[in-house]
Design a binder for this molecule. Sequence first.
Ligand SMILES: [Zn+2]
Length: 121
Amino acid sequence: MTTKIGFCRYCNNQRMVEVPDDATEELINQEATATCDCYRAKAEREKEYQKEACIANIDDMLGKKYPEIASLLKDSIDAIQASKIKKITVNTHFNQTIRLQKAKDGIKVELERKLKEESLA
Ligand SMILES: [Zn+2]
């Protein structure tokens, strides 16, 4: 590891960062952005965190049993975060309804089951 000077991608402030000896300029700037306290860098980290949380929720609910549905929902996260999609609803053949939508503090994942046909799932 070595100490280098990188620039935040958003505010262009320079920051000292610890990076591997062979780090590229891109990685150095990425690290500088990841540790910067400016508004946009923080907002971007928050978005990244919400995305990870959403992916974890989707995997918990569907990942093992229905990987193709999980992957479809994960692919829509970026568009939801970019405010291009308000809500995605997937009706499965396993009597489930899954909704993904933007909430105040992240992305809400809801799974609804029709209980009377649960035995068919
Ligand atoms: Zn910054």
